[in-house]
Design a protein around this ligand. Sequence first.
Ligand code: PBG
Length: 318
Amino acid sequence: MRIRPRRLRTTAAMRRMVRENRVHRAQLVLPVFIVEGLAEPRPIASMPGVHQHTLQSLPGLVQRAASAGLGGVMLFGVPAHKDATGTCATDPDGILAQAVRVARQAAAGRLVVQADLCLDEFTDHGHCGVLAGDVVDNDATLVRYREMAVVLAAAGADMLGASGMMDGQVGAVREALDQAGFTDTAILAYTAKYTSAFYGPFREAVASSLTGDRRTYQQDPGNAREALRELALDLAEGADIVMVKPAHLDLVAAVAQNCDVPVAVYQVSGEYSMVEAAAANGWIDRRAAVVESLTGCVRAGADIVLTYWALEAADWLE
Ligand code: PBG
């Protein structure tokens, strides 16, 4: 036998040299929750190790993220007051705009300050847009996204995460930003965002008031071709980065093969909680599982990974 693939696996040095994919800290983005009126950081029960933050605890966290060499932070704001149209989302002094200002100052250009551009944390019904009867009104929601984009860009966000899954959201936001002079504010498009049970713990993290589900706007997990349709639309509308969420790796690969912009993937709250729960029970090697799952994302084609393990993982990567 002359062909022996095992030859390249014999030593650590050999394996290291022939490794095709490795994750770099600069590829990792840490999602951060900032809660209005919170006195001190509060642990999120369903996400052990993750906290809701305050405007006071945010600078320290952002500085840690920058010192760890992370690529960025993605900010989610939780307002004290919610209403039908998510008024606080477009308040220049609202929790998210304030968080952007604080994070920008703390980051001092060392990482990319990103903000979630969606209404679900701000609406009392918990949907990602405004309602017309029982359904989310796509075009009325775009009006709100446009206003919100300009407020967050003015606060100093480098990049906005268009996560609402409304048709035309990237184009509408791009147009609003450009008209307001924010031509350099980038858009991270949630291109293939699926309805998922794995967002469960996130709902606690953002104190979601959602009672139903998001099946009329988020994608059906049974569909793959549809993701390429969404991809074509987002690219045509001017998306700077396209994202797949949750980490359905066949879709990460498909999206990466079909576009020429950076591809991101969101390793969501449920994946975090599952690994943490298994590790807490001694059923899984936590660190190895985290590194393996991050490597899987990159191997599938992701250039950027949003992950709640970003800070810790930065120390674990090669
Ligand atoms: C909604 C949003 C969600 C997540 C990020 N943005 C929840 C949802 O769509 O229901 C989930 C992230 C996670 O689970 O970690 N704008």
